[in-house]
Design a protein around this ligand. Structure first.
Ligand SMILES: [Fe+2]
Ligand SMILES: [Fe+2]
Length: 410
């Protein structure tokens, strides 16, 4: 079997895996013989790769898992990945599948080692609990945090007005050239899978909806507020990769659960670790200490944060989202992404929770955490998802991710 790009598909090839569109809708079942009409349908629904049976797929010797060198490399990757899963229950069926997919993904993609080189420099570490009044400091406004970009308010205003047209919304977006460029990049990528090029924001608004556009604009505007974190703490690029992948996976999981407004899940995933950006940008000394301590103790980073600051990155972002008066659903999904069962709406928080675990497993960027965070078993049960969906989810997600990765340079 092997992955075939859509342009290389030919009639009579046999599917080795079901084909679904971006929303998880089944287009063709496994073992079906592909006809030219199917290829047309795949193109219309934005499918770009499918798995084919037999020798039609790409099976060059270097990709042959039976090759001894390859086998040795896979074993090494498996061993390293297992170490990253040391805080999770490896017997859990969902974790087993995420682990299998992670090893496969890490074997296929040469991950950048720099992603894991975090804050190794020795620093003076004050006594434990030194920052216990940390949240209080924030609340007392002794620390100035960034303002939400005005374009977000303007956009919300124009969208809330029932008389606004797509053109009115486009006019607000276009006041920010970087936002316009990023939005067009996203709507033209496999993230949406439109068959023809969209070159105007007004057309994008008409096609994907006002709510979706404002959600995307919000996520992009907020994350770009923090464009500088000290290099020796963490690479911003790596942070953005982690955030983007988590957003994409959250959205695809939401589509699998047939949830409406999947853009909310994309934005929640994109912003889930924003609290760490606040930490790294505004409290570099504390950040270095926390990261060094987590590294030397092999402790989970959010537990180390709580140990050191008296609160974790989720509390920081909750504070900021409240200051910015952003929708409650964002707060729900972001604040509870490590404890989704405690959320008022556990379902969307669980999807971000799961997406974060998968993203850490795959190793696409990092927000500073080296390990795969533990799965909330009760939250997983209530999700009623089968681990077998992870294969399709991660394939769709990584395809969309690689198509969007270049936007991180913009
Ligand atoms: Fe987190
Ligand atoms: Fe994360």
């Amino acid at each position: 079997m092997g992955l075939k790009h859509i342009k290389d598909l030919k009639p009579d090839m046999v599917l080795d895996e079901e084909v679904r569109d971006i929303n998880g809708r089944l287009l063709l079942k496994k073992d079906k013989v592909i006809q030219s009409s199917h290829i047309r349908i795949f193109k219309i629904w934005g499918v770009t790769e499918v798995n084919i049976q037999g020798n039609n797929g790409d099976k060059s010797p270097s990709n042959d898992p039976q090759c001894p060198e390859k086998l040795e490399k896979i074993e090494e990757i498996e061993e390293n990945t297992r170490n990253l899963f040391c805080h999770v229950d490896m017997e859990h069926p969902a974790i087993k599948e995420i682990f299998r997919i992670s090893v496969e993904f890490r074997s296929k993609h040469n991950l950048d080692d720099h992603d894991t080189m975090i804050a190794l420099a020795e620093v003076d570490t004050p006594a434990k609990g030194n920052g216990n009044n940390f949240l209080q400091k924030l609340r007392n406004k002794k620390i100035t945090l960034p303002e939400i970009p005005s374009i977000v308010f303007e956009l919300n205003e124009v969208i809330a007005n029932p008389l606004s047209s797509a053109e009115d919304i486009a006019q607000v977006v276009q006041r920010s050239p970087s936002l316009t460029a990023l939005l067009l990049k996203i709507v033209n990528s496999p993230f949406y899978g439109f068959p023809s090029k969209i070159d105007k924001i007004s057309l994008a608004v008409t096609l994907i909806g006002t709510r979706e556009i404002s959600g995307l604009a919000l996520g992009i505007s907020l994350i770009s507020l923090f464009n500088k974190i000290p290099k020796e703490i963490l690479s911003m690029y790596s942070f953005l990769r982690h955030s983007l992948a988590c957003g994409i996976i959250s959205r695809i999981l939401a589509a699998h659960k047939s949830m409406p407004q999947t853009e909310q899940l994309f934005v929640s995933g994109l912003l889930h670790d924003l609290g760490r950006l606040i930490l790294y940008s505004y409290f570099p000394d504390e950040s270095r200490n926390i990261l060094s301590r987590a590294r030397s103790s092999d402790m989970l980073l959010y537990r180390q944060e709580t140990d050191y600051l008296g609160c974790s990155h989720t509390h920081l972002v909750k504070y900021l989202l409240q200051q910015w008066k952003l929708p409650m659903v964002l707060e729900n999904n972001v604040f509870f992404h490590h404890s989704p069962q405690d959320a008022q709406q556990p379902l969307p928080a669980t999807l971000v929770h799961l997406a974060d675990i998968i993203t850490n497993g795959l190793g696409i960027g990092t927000s500073g955490e080296r390990f795969v965070p533990p799965l909330d078993h009760a939250a997983w049960e209530s999700l009623e998802l089968s681990p077998s969906c992870f294969d399709v989810v991660t394939k769709q997600a990584t395809h969309q991710y690689f198509a969007l990765e270049s936007m991180l340079d913009m």
